[in-house]
Design a protein around this ligand. Structure first.
Ligand SMILES: NC(=O)c1ccc[n+]([C@@H]2O[C@H](COP(=O)([O-])OP(=O)(O)OC[C@H]3O[C@@H](n4cnc5c(N)ncnc54)[C@H](O)[C@@H]3O)[C@@H](O)[C@H]2O)c1
Ligand SMILES: O=C(O)CC[C@@H](O)C(=O)O
Length: 399
């Protein structure tokens, strides 16, 4: 259990390179960007692995400028009342463009062909003749009329599915947890696979756009490869852990998998036959980096300044219009009578409640209470102390 209060100058630490336009959001005199501090109030991160990082007592929130949060110890953050945000959809177009680019380029053996052409540099005026003689080794396949299986129809998967239809592909999608918003945006001509096995059986190309979780880890393995068409091309712009790399290496050797296009090279991947290793470039566009940084920073700033939560992966979305009245924001266990105990403690202090909101998510809940009278600065620590002593309270903040 920890008690936290907002400092005069709020310290934000960045663990990766974050676009300037995002950091500019904090440029109002109330924040200090300090990448050396061990006591940040907030962290902005991209892919930095935070699992072995100590979460300091002052830390209130972490914003992931991107989609995947498997580099963040989300459960530990929840237990400590640290809000984790991500930026849904902010880099989806960048990833979609690279998926479609590499889908076509690898089907046409473009990467191998270009690499081969460069080896001819020393051949002088023989180059055109050698090109015409050698190009037959790179004859590819068109994607028109082929079937693309899309696993995960979220922000990226839905964009890929819709645009692949416009490239005259057949598209089959699988997502048992599809959101209503995405379902509305998805073309009606995307075929719905009722099981992932159905998708495996019908696809010439498979692209995966799901988060890495305990359920999805290793979903591409010897058993699932055996359900796929021979020479299937697999595109992985999601996470390396979705693929059993030993099984993938064997499937590429045997030709069961014709090509493996992955955004996650490592020492195993680079040894594989017919692999197309891309150095994690899915979200690496100026537009996407700016979109993610600005969205992450705005969400973080809003939370620090008003307590409102939008796009958190571990706490509920909560919005209470901020009137400037003193506000108590409390994280607590999602158990009976927490709100009753918090409001009683406040009224016992002779403070009147103007407005309040309570939302729960899983085992935890968040309550914000606006107080209708001035709260003297010297009484805040005592009230904080009383609130934090309530059993089930994780953290309390006065805004
Ligand atoms: N290569 C990159 O640079 C890059 C960039 C952005 C995202 N990503 C990765 O891509 C993933 C997807 O990103 P997004 O923005 O589309 O996320 P998203 O949350 O919008 O979509 C994920 C979708 O996967 C679905 N899903 C979850 N479990 C599933 C399962 N077992 N089977 C089928 N569908 C399942 C969800 O219902 C959701 O619709 C991220 O989690 C991240 O790991 C990589
Ligand atoms: O920050 C990046 O460059 C990659 C982000 C990407 O992996 C994500 O999950 O959004």
């Amino acid at each position: 259990m920890s008690t936290i209060t907002l400092n005069k100058l709020t310290t934000v630490k960045t663990l990766n390179n974050i676009a300037e336009s995002g950091l500019d959001v904090f440029n109002n005199g109330h924040y200090a960007i300090d990448n050396q501090t061990a006591h940040p109030d907030a962290i902005v991160v991209r892919s930095f692995n935070m699992h072995s990082l100590e979460l300091n007592r002052e830390l209130k929130a972490i914003a992931r400028a991107g989609a995947g949060v498997n580099n963040i110890p989300v459960d530990k953050c929840t237990e400590q009342g640290i809000v984790v945000f991500n930026t849904p959809g902010a880099n989806a177009n960048a990833v979609k463009e690279l998926v479609l680019t590499t889908l076509i380029a690898s089907s046409r053996n473009l990467f191998d062909g270009v690499a081969w052409a460069k080896t001819l540099e020393a051949e002088g005026n023989q180059i055109p003749k050698l090109v015409e003689a050698g190009k037959k080794q790179f004859v590819g396949k068109e994607i028109k009329g082929k079937t693309l299986g899309v696993i995960g129809l979220g922000a990226i998967g839905a964009l890929v599915a819709n645009d692949a239809l416009n490239l005259d592909m057949e598209v089959i999608g699988f997502d048992p947890f599809i959101s209503v918003d995405t379902a509305w945006n998805l073309s009606r001509t995307v075929h719905r696979a009722m099981t992932i096995e159905q998708l495996f059986a019908h696809s010439d190309f498979i692209t995966v756009h799901v988060p890495l979780t305990d359920d999805t880890r290793g979903m591409f393995n010897e058993a699932t490869f055996s359900l796929m068409k021979d020479d299937v091309h697999i595109l992985n712009f999601s996470r390396d852990g979705l693929v059993n790399e030993t099984d993938m290496a064997a499937a590429l050797e045997s030709g069961k998998v014709g090509k493996y296009i992955t955004d996650f090279p490592n020492e195993n991947v680079l040894k594989m036959k017919n692999v197309v290793p891309i150095p994690h470039l899915g979200a690496s566009t100026q537009e996407s980096e700016e979109n993610c940084a600005i969205m992450a920073a705005r969400q973080l700033k809003d939370y620090l300044e008003t307590g409102n939560i939008k796009n958190s992966v571990n706490f509920p979305n909560v919005s209470l219009p901020y009137s400037g009245k003193p506000r108590v924001a409390a994280f607590h266990k999602n158990v009976p009578n927490m709100v009753g105990q918090i409001t009683s403690a406040i009224s016992n202090y002779h403070l009147n409640i103007a407005d309040m909101v309570n939302r729960s998510r899983g085992d935890y809940a968040y309550t914000m209470i606006d107080i209708d009278s001035k709260v003297e600065n010297n009484s805040i620590p005592a009230l904080e102390e009383i609130l934090t002593q309530i059993e089930g309270i994780v953290s309390v903040r006065f805004i």
